[in-house]
Structure formats: C-alpha cells, structure tokens
Design a protein around this ligand. Structure first.
Ligand code: ADP
Length: 169
C-alpha cells in the first residue's frame, strides 16, 4: 500500500518504561540506543502511587526532558496503569529494556511474557553497557544520601537536583 494511510503504520515506535527516580546514565544509555533503532521512542514514567519517590513525577519528567533534549525522536510521558495499555493507546509494538545482570532476568522474563500474553507487545532486551551494569536509581540515592560521589553515574543536572534535594549544595 502507498499513500498517507500506510505511512502511519511504517513508523517504528518503542517505549522505555521505568520509575526514573531519578534518571541515571544507565537509563540514558538505553534511551539513546533505542532512539537509534526506532523512529519514535517514548520514555514512560510509570506512576506508582504506593511508592513515594525522592522526586515528584513532574520533577522526574523535567529532568528526563533536559537530558534527552538532543534526541529529537524521544517523547516523555507519565503514565498510571498497565504498560500494555500505554502501548495500545499509542500504537507501540515494542518495549525496550536494559538487562544489567542475570539477577534482572527472572523478573524481566516474567514481565515480558505477561505483557506479550496480555496484548502481543514484544519486549526487546538490550545488554547494559558494562560501565553501568551495577547502576540503579536506588543505589545512586543511597550513595548520594551518605555523601558519596555519584557525579560519574548521573548527568550534571540530575546531580544538581540530587544535591539540592539532599540539601548538600
Ligand atoms: P524500575 O521501576 O523498573 O526499577 P528503573 O527506573 O530503575 O525502573 O529502570 C527502568 C528500566 O531502565 C529498567 O527496567 C532497565 O530496563 C533500565 N535500566 C535501569 N538501570 C539501568 C542500567 N544501569 N543500565 C541499563 N539499563 C538500565
């Protein structure tokens, strides 16, 4: 098929989901790699009302917006609900996730199979850059709370926000 109706379906979309509390260099690595593979990449900040984060959802969105500004095909949204519904509503057939270590695998496999069973959405795993294989938002918060240096693990604006939040600026 040719013409405008067919063009929409040719846009390859993917989503990188997570809490991003806050975004780290590990997340950014996966987002930038996904942005090279897909026409449009959504970064979905999944809202978990039961879990209060260090940063409000709007603050997380704002930090992500700043550090992904150079990627023209990246969009950022918050979402409350099932990831497969986020995908369905935006015609996204693929979820892109970073796999850090074997310890990530069991849970990620369960989620991938559940999501595929629920709606047919596929999950693609990208092996984490070894530099970031130990890195998580929780670890960054833990280390930063006790005054450890995390400047090599998060972008500068995130470092600034962390220092401000933990009142050490
Ligand atoms: P969650 O709420 O799943 O813990 P996170 O915001 O910590 O979410 O991470 C979201 C996703 O980002 C993870 O499922 C993983 O795919 C990816 N990710 C997180 N940290 C890293 C990292 N250091 N390297 C590569 N990918 C990562």
């Amino acid at each position: 098929m040719t013409g405008p109706e067919s063009e929409g379906s040719l846009v390859r979309r993917a989503v990188c989901p997570g809490s991003f509390d806050p975004i780290t260099n590990g997340h950014l690595d996966i987002i930038s790699r996904a942005s090279r593979l897909y026409d449009e990449v959504y970064v979905a900040v999944m809202i978990n009302k039961a879990k209060k984060g260090l940063f409000e959802v709007d603050e997380r969105l704002d930090l992500i917006r700043q550090v992904t500004a150079e990627y023209e095909n990246v969009r950022i949204e918050a979402f409350h609900g099932l990831l497969v519904d986020f995908c369905k509503q935006r015609d996204i057939p693929a979820i892109v996730k970073g796999l850090r270590a074997v310890s990530d695998f069991d849970y990620e496999l369960q989620m991938a199979q559940m999501n595929n069973g629920l709606s047919g959405v596929e999950t693609l795993f990208v092996p984490t850059n070894p530099t970031y294989s130990f890195l998580s938002s929780s670890l960054v918060k833990e280390v930063a709370t006790w005054g450890g240096d995390v400047s090599h693990l998060v972008p500068p604006v995130v470092l600034e926000a962390l220092n401000k939040r933990l009142r050490r600026d």
